[in-house]
Design a protein around this ligand. Structure first.
Ligand code: IPM
Ligand code: MG
Length: 371
């Protein structure tokens, strides 16, 4: 359906294909039942792009992504590319998109759906009702800062190194998003670094403190070391509201937070940049936090829910369709309440289903809830 909502779909590798297929079915439902159409272009990223074009992301796909209103992303990666030169690995396609679109604010909400309380490896009382948000800086730090390299030392040894660096303005811009998000939620922001050992962490804490003093009205800011935060996330995750942290710590802590919700297959994310001056929409990409899971790819085993929840975030943040976003999220919850489960969230007395059936359960719930 023609529309002015331009979406670039990049399914990528492995289960990215299957979960994106699920996503397209939900998009079709919205076009049919809500007249909410999307102007969809599809492109290749990751290993599939390498197979077709010899690179994990072509300039053309990048340009199309920049020209779209939002990118919907599946997953990339496969161990069969482990021996490729670093710049050609599937992950480089994803990282290039994040960097080139300047998507510095990565929102990873960890929300426990009540029917899944039993699916978590943690005790029900620790995670029941959990609703926290990890805000990960996505364009800086050790993922991109220079210098980085592997040097020959001349004595038969090599030295591999990366740099973790943040400037004042990089910290301020992610800090501001953190304050905004906290203000819209429970008003608590925890800034996470390792100021006890890293100078980039010392600056991070300094800048966050100053920013909070200048612009933090209505928000309670606290600071925590990253190792302690990892421990607190499994000890008592409900103490948190919004966690703001750097690229690497955000990567680690969000995987940890995902398991609180039962499975990595449940965690969506939105990566946002500055608003486009013409459309006033933020540059944006939506992707599940899970990877391409090559071991289960193509077997109808993947959990499509993180992808569908990422799509709901797209409806909310890029297209200002809160009702439809609520509908998708409620349908996910409702489908789980029917007792259907993919393998990753299976629990006693539940009904094991595949990707297709789980998707169908969500669509059936949309039918029911929309009535
Ligand atoms: C994530 C992933 C990526 C990352 C990989 C696939 C490059 O783990 O989005 O969390 O490290 O950022
Ligand atoms: Mg990760």
């Amino acid at each position: 359906m023609a529309s002015n909502r331009k979406v670039m779909v990049l399914a990528g590798d492995g289960i990215g294909q299957e979960v994106m297929h699920a996503n397209m079915q939900v998009m079709e439902w919205l076009a049919k039942h809500r007249s909410l159409g999307f102007d969809v272009s599809e492109g290749l990223v990751g290993g599939v792009a390498y197979e077709a074009h010899g690179v994990p992301l072509t300039d053309e796909t990048l340009a199309d992504s920049i020209a779209s209103d939002a990118v919907l992303f599946g997953a990339v990666g496969n161990p069969k590319y482990d021996d490729l030169p670093f710049e050609l690995k599937p992950e480089r396609g994803l990282l290039a998109l994040r960097k080139e679109l300047d998507l510095f604010a990565n929102l990873r909400p960890a929300l426990v759906f009540e029917p899944l309380v039993e699916a978590s490896t943690l005790k029900p009382e620790v995670i029941s009702g959990l609703d926290i948000l990890i805000l990960r800086e996505l364009c800086g730090g050790v993922y991109f800062a220079e210098p980085r390299g592997i040097d020959e030392l001349g004595d038969g040894q090599k030295k591999g190194y990366d740099t973790n660096a943040y400037t004042t303005s990089e910290i301020e811009r992610i800090g501001r998003v953190g304050l905004d998000l906290a203000r819209k939620r429970d008003g608590r922001l925890t800034s996470v670094e390792k100021a006890n050992v890293m100078l980039s962490g010392v600056l991070w804490r300094e800048v966050m403190t100053a920013l909070h003093k200048a612009e933090g009205e209505g928000v309670a800011l606290s600071h925590m070391y990253a190792d302690n935060c990892a421990m607190q996330l499994v000890r008592n995750p409900k103490q948190f509201d919004v966690i703001v942290t750097d690229n690497l710590f955000g990567d680690l802590l969000s995987d940890c937070a995902a398991m609180l919700t039962g499975s990595l297959g449940m965690l969506p994310s939105a990566s946002l940049g500055a608003p486009d001056p013409e459309t006033n929409l933020p540059r944006a990409m939506y992707e599940p936090v899970h990877g391409s899971a090559p071991d289960i790819a193509g077997k109808n085993l993947a959990n499509p829910l993180a992808q569908l929840l990422s799509f709901a975030m797209m409806l909310r943040y890029s297209f200002d369709q809160p009702e439809e976003a609520d509908l998708v999220e409620n349908a996910v919850s409702d489908a789980l309440a029917t007792g259907k489960r993919t393998a990753d969230i299976m629990s006693k007395d539940a009904q094991a289903v595949g990707t297709d059936q789980m998707t169908q359960a969500v669509i059936d719930s949309m039918d029911r809830l929309a009535r």
